[in-house]
Design a protein around this ligand. Sequence first.
Ligand SMILES: [Zn+2]
Length: 525
Amino acid sequence: MLCTRLTNARFLTMDPRHPVAHDLGIWRGRIVGVDDAVTSLPARETVDLGGATVLPGFIDSHVHLAWAGLKAGTPSVAPCERIEDILAVVDAAARRPAPPGAWVDVAGYDQRALGRHLTAAELDRVSHGRKVFLMHDSGHACVVNTAVLDLLPDGTPHEDGFLAESAMTTARRLRLPYSQEELADAIGLAARACLDEGITACAEAGIGGGLLGHSPVELGAYQLLRDRGRLPIRVQLMASGDTLCPRAAHTDDGFTRALDLGLRTGFGDDWLSLGALKIYTDGGMMARTAALTSPYEGASDNVGRFQDDPERLTALIVDGHLAGWQLAVHAIGDRAADLALDALERAQKLRPRPDARHRIEHAGLIRPDQLPRFAALGVSAVVQPNFLRFFGDDYATVMGQDRAGWMYRGRGFLDHGVALVGSSDRPVTDGAPLRAIQFMVERASVSGRLVGPDEAVTVDEALRAYTVAGAHACRWEDTAGALAPGMRADLVVLGDDPHRVDPSRIGDIQIVRTFVDGRDTRAEG
Ligand SMILES: [Zn+2]
C-alpha cells in the first residue's frame, strides 16, 4: 500500500536509469518507485498533477537562513540612493521604543549607489544616544556610529565608521548573541520562503561564529524549530571555522583542534545535520574586499584582503581536514582561490582523503590556470549565478574586460570535470533557483548585458547544479537530488518545463507545489 501516488505528470527524475516518468509512488516520505513499479499498487491517496513537469526539490547549497529571516524584519535602507534618505530611515529606526541599551539594526546598506561610504559622524546626527549598526548587503562590512566605535578594542581598523571583514566581526561581536527563540523565528520565516521557490533542502553556510554567526549556541535554534515541527525544509549546518578549539584527543586520532565532543561533518539525520566546516579566506566583490592577484580596475592600490594571516588560514584548513571535516572554503578572488587550493593540496598530502568532498564557496574569479587544480583536488565549485544576474554589470566593470569572463564560471568548470553546484547566498541576493538557472543558461544580467557568455551551460546542466550536484556537495546523493527508489520524496511541481520554454522565461516559471517528505507543503499552510 502506497501512502501517495502522484500521477499524470512528467517527472524529470535526474536518474539516468529512468530519466522521465509518468507515475511516482511514495511510502512514508520515501519514493518507492516510478511507472510500472507502482502503477498497479493500491494507494491511500492519488494526486493527479494535470500533466505538470516535476523535478527533484531544489537544493540551495549555500544560504544564510537566520540572517535572511532577521533581515526581513529589520528596517532597510536598500532603495535609498542619497545620504539624507538613509539617515531618515536610521532616524525613524532609532526613535522606535526599545529596551534600554538595545541596538539599532539597519539592513540593506550598499555604498555603490552613493558613490562613497556613510560616516559615523553622519549616523551620530540621527542616533538619539543609541548604538547603530548598518549592515552592508554583502555581509562583509558595516557602518557604525561613534557609540559603537567607542566600545571597539584599540586598533580596530575603520574608515570613519566603515568596518570590513574581521573588523566588522569585531564590531558585530559586541552586538551578539541573539536568543535562540529570536533565531528560530527568523530561520522558520526564511525556510518557508525557500519552499515557495521550490527548495526542499539547503546548507546553512556558517553558524556559531565567523562573519555571520548569531550565537555560540546557534545550532540549538534549529533544533528548537525541529522539536516544534516547524522546520519545513531539510537543513545542513556548516560550523564556522572559529568554532574549532584545541581538544586533548588521543595522539592516534591525529588532530588537535575539534568541535566539542568531536562532532563533525555527517552527524545528524535527514532533517538536520552537521555539514562542512566553513572557513572564510577573503571578502567579496561588492565591498571590494575579494582578494585578487591584480588590483581592482580603477583602484590600483586595492587588491582586496584576506580575512586573516595566510599562514593561520592555511593551518585552519589543514587542521579541519585532519580532524575529518568536509571543508567549505570561502574564496571569491583568484588570490584567495590560490590560498584555498594550496592549503587543500597540502592537507591532502598530509592525509589523503579521496572522498573528502571539499568545496570552494563562491569561486567568484577563477583564472584559467586554476581550473585544472579544482579538478585534480576533487574540489567542487559552489557558485551564486544570481550575483551576476543582479550585480554583473558592476562586477564586470571593477574586474575589467580581461577578467570579466572568469567570474562565476559554468562551462569552464564542467569542461574541466569540476562539480558545478548552484546556490543563492541568500539574503545577499535573490534566492530563486529558477532565476539563477536562467542566468546560467543566458549569462545575461538584469540590464541585458552579457557577462562571460562563454561560461553558459545547458538547461540540463544548470538543473543538475541545483539537484544532483547539490546533493553530492552536501553528501546527500543517496537520498536527494533525484527521483528514484529509496530517495526522499522531496519534489517540486512546475508550471512549465524549463527545457521547453524560451530561456528568457525560465525564471518566470511558476512553482505550483513543493513536496517535502512526501507531503504537499502548500496543503499544510
Ligand atoms: Zn555566504
